[in-house]
Design a protein around this ligand. Structure first.
Ligand code: TRP
Length: 364
């Protein structure tokens, strides 16, 4: 069996550091590992519309931003196929059939959907499209017979739901679909990078994101005002690490080499943490280290983006080509699905002749 990746993002904003450490960086590594036969990266505009149906312009404008972010991080269109979800109509048809394989109560139990419903104050009136997006996400994955889905931890319930639908489909209609596996970051901090304010997750609506496309000056302002330990007032005070966003980010980003390069007073993060908790280490020094580390990571991404931004039509062309390839692939799976479900009437010569026989018998 071949190794196939499918993954994607909702185009509701530019991608930020949370996306980067949670999934994007890994995708580039997987892409370059040579271990995968096919890689599909989807810009999930249709899914984004499930909770932004009244603002399609936002989704439209962010498709190009997300594409630029992908390409500037090293997603290579020669190796990874980037495509736009809504332009692959086959996905919608699959969703309609899969909808029969899942119950309302099962959807209600999906923890990610539950949390999102709360976050969006949808409790009183949940749009049906939003409620059922895990089913649509199953189509995204299965249409490409994906074996591996690199995502952040928050997406695990989606993959679990997809696996259940696959099993139900295969048991009901015959083995057509492939059960996917989620691939989450090894470093659990990377799965849930908090915002610069120390709150739950980076999210555009909370204004606590560092974007991959932020300028050096923007990153500086954001890092220097990051949430640390509010009780760490004097440098000599002992500092707390829990909930301290600067140290959480250092956990996610800092490597031992970074200390030699930017902060030679310490050999590694453990030494720095030890000094911070003991007292005598100020926030500014830690923030400056973090700023250097982040800028080192983002500088090449930023430079590549500047280049890519000079030829926007070329980016749309990449998306168009990628979408054509994705569509052909999804059409193959859909044909197999329809055949397994025995709803491929016109291709089924056996059906037509057996129906003829039935009527012949009736009319003798
Ligand atoms: N739900 C994902 C997110 O919010 C985006 C997405 C849509 C996706 N379809 C997918 C991710 C299929 C992986 C596989 O980030």
């Amino acid at each position: 069996m071949s190794n196939i990746i499918l993954t994607g993002d909702r185009p509701t904003g530019r991608l930020h550091l949370g996306h980067y450490v949670g999934s994007l960086k890994r995708r580039v590594e997987l892409q370059n590992s040579g271990e995968f036969d096919k890689i599909f990266i989807m810009i999930a505009d249709a899914q984004a519309l499930t909770d932004n149906f009244d603002n399609p312009a936002k989704i439209r404008d962010n498709i190009i931003e997300v594409a630029l972010d992908y390409l500037s991080c090293g997603i290579d269109p020669a190796k990874s196929n980037i495509f736009i979800q809504s332009a692959v109509a086959e996905l919608t048809e699959l969703t309609f059939y899969y909808m029969n394989l899942v119950t309302v109560s099962r959807l209600e139990r999906n923890p990610t959907v539950k949390a999102e419903i709360q976050m969006r104050n949808f409790e009183a009136s949940i749009p049906a499209g939003f409620f059922t997006y895990p089913v649509s996400q199953t189509s995204d994955i299965t249409a490409f017979k994906a074996t591996t889905v690199p995502v952040g931890e928050d997406q695990l319930p989606m993959i679990e739901q997809a696996r259940e639908i696959v099993r139900k489909f295969n048991a009901t209609y015959g083995e057509v679909l492939v059960e996917p596996k989620a691939l989450i970051p090894e470093n659990s901090i990377c799965s849930r990078l908090p915002g610069t304010d120390g709150k739950a997750k980076m999210s555009k609506s909370l204004g606590n994101c560092i974007y991959l496309s932020d300028s050096e000056a923007e990153v500086k302002t954001k890092v220097m005002s990051m949430y640390t330990d509010p009780t760490h007032i004097q440098i000599s005070d002992p500092g707390k690490l829990e909930g301290n966003a600067v140290f959480t980010y250092l956990d996610a980003f800092a490597k031992d080499e970074d200390f030699a390069e930017f902060c030679p007073d310490y050999k590694n993060l453990d030494e720095m943490k030890e000094h911070y908790t003991r007292g005598g280490l100020g926030d500014v020094k830690c923030k400056k280290l973090l700023l250097n580390i982040i800028n080192k990571e983002l500088a090449p991404i930023r430079a590549k983006r500047k280049e890519l931004e000079k030829d926007i039509p070329a980016i749309y062309e990449i998306l168009k080509k990628g979408t054509e390839v994705a569509r052909a692939e999804a059409a193959n799976t859909l044909a197999e699905v329809r055949a397994a479900m025995k709803i491929n009437y016109f291709e089924d010569e056996e059906l037509i002749s057996s129906q003829q026989l039935k009527f012949n018998k009736k009319n003798v």
